[in-house]
Write a protein that binds this ligand. Structure first.
Ligand SMILES: [Fe+2]
Ligand SMILES: [Fe+2]
Length: 291
């Protein structure tokens, strides 16, 4: 009886994971950060845009939590504990540190939207009052979380290498290292949750998740063409813009999603809407630069 024996085990694992994350990863203490930069102009020219994009999306978790309250009127307790007591406090400090760094380098602070819950989200939230639909919405939330955390982690790895290459060791070791250490735990939460929920869902819910995901996938924080171009600029700055690199990036982001949602499509490397979204972002960035 897999449903009765594995579900409680998965729940316990998830709860242990969240408790451990909270205990082992308190928000970074900003006083431990060394903002010393040897060549501000060089760092700014090479990674200024990346810092801005990462700072904005990290700070916007504040709005994401408001969105979640709308999208999931009745979330499982463990979700609420995770996003309000573990995830949000950690991500907010990531945003504050990155923003402080870019301001010290001479850039304006990130233009983060912390309060506007879009009409689209309010409509979905209204539908989510139906329990069967709320599960669909919750699944979309986990999938979004997985893609977001994975892309953040990959971006921080690239950024770390680039910053080390420039000899900016203080930024590498006291800004990026502690931040990127906290991202895998977030990813693991979404992955465990997505796997457990997918197993419990019915065929029509699976169909609806696939459909909604296909029409709504977007990189994190990319709701306008300008923001999509910012994602493209980030990929260019991190050396992820060449076709093969962009494909690998998308593949790593979409692997678990492919295995869950698209298991029936044998040989699919990456869901096309994920690969396409990142490809479009690079295109938009190139067009904007040329214009
Ligand atoms: Fe983060
Ligand atoms: Fe994260």
């Amino acid at each position: 009886m897999p449903e009765t024996s594995s579900a409680p085990a998965a729940e316990t694992r998830l709860r242990d994971h969240v408790v451990r994350l909270g205990a082992e990863h308190p928000p970074i203490d900003v006083s431990t950060v060394d903002f010393t930069v040897k060549q501000p102009t060089v760092l700014l020219a090479r990674f200024g845009g990346v810092l801005d994009y990462m700072a904005r999306t990290e700070l916007e978790v504040e709005r994401n939590v408001l969105e979640l309250a709308t999208l999931l009127p009745d979330p499982p307790e463990i979700d609420r504990v995770f996003y309000s007591e573990v995830w949000k406090p950690q991500e907010t400090v990531h945003g504050l540190i990155l923003d402080e760094l870019q301001v010290r380098l001479g850039r304006p602070p990130a233009n983060a939207d912390l309060t506007t819950v879009s009409a689209k989200i309010r409509v979905v939230g209204a539908l989510a009052h139906l329990p069967a639909f709320q599960d669909v919405v919750r699944m979309l939330y986990y999938l979004t979380g997985m893609a977001t955390e994975r892309s953040a982690l990959l971006a921080y790895h690239r950024l770390y290498d680039g910053v080390v290459e420039l000899g900016e060791t203080a930024v590498a070791e006291t800004v990026i290292t502690p931040i990127r250490r906290q991202e895998p735990g977030h990813y693991a939460f979404y992955q465990m949750s997505a796997r457990a929920l997918w197993e419990q869902m019915s065929a029509w819910q699976h169909w609806l998740v696939r459909h909604l995901r296909t029409i709504s996938f977007a990189p994190v924080g990319a709701n306008t063409d300008d923001q999509r171009a910012d994602v493209g600029d980030m990929m260019i700055a991190l050396g992820l813009d060449k076709r093969e690199d962009a494909e690998t990036f998308a593949e790593q982001i979409g692997r678990v999603e492919r295995d869950l949602l698209w298991a029936h499509q044998r040989g699919l490397l990456v869901p096309p809407y994920i690969a396409g979204a990142f490809r479009d972002a690079v295109e938009l960035a190139r067009h904007r630069a040329a214009a």
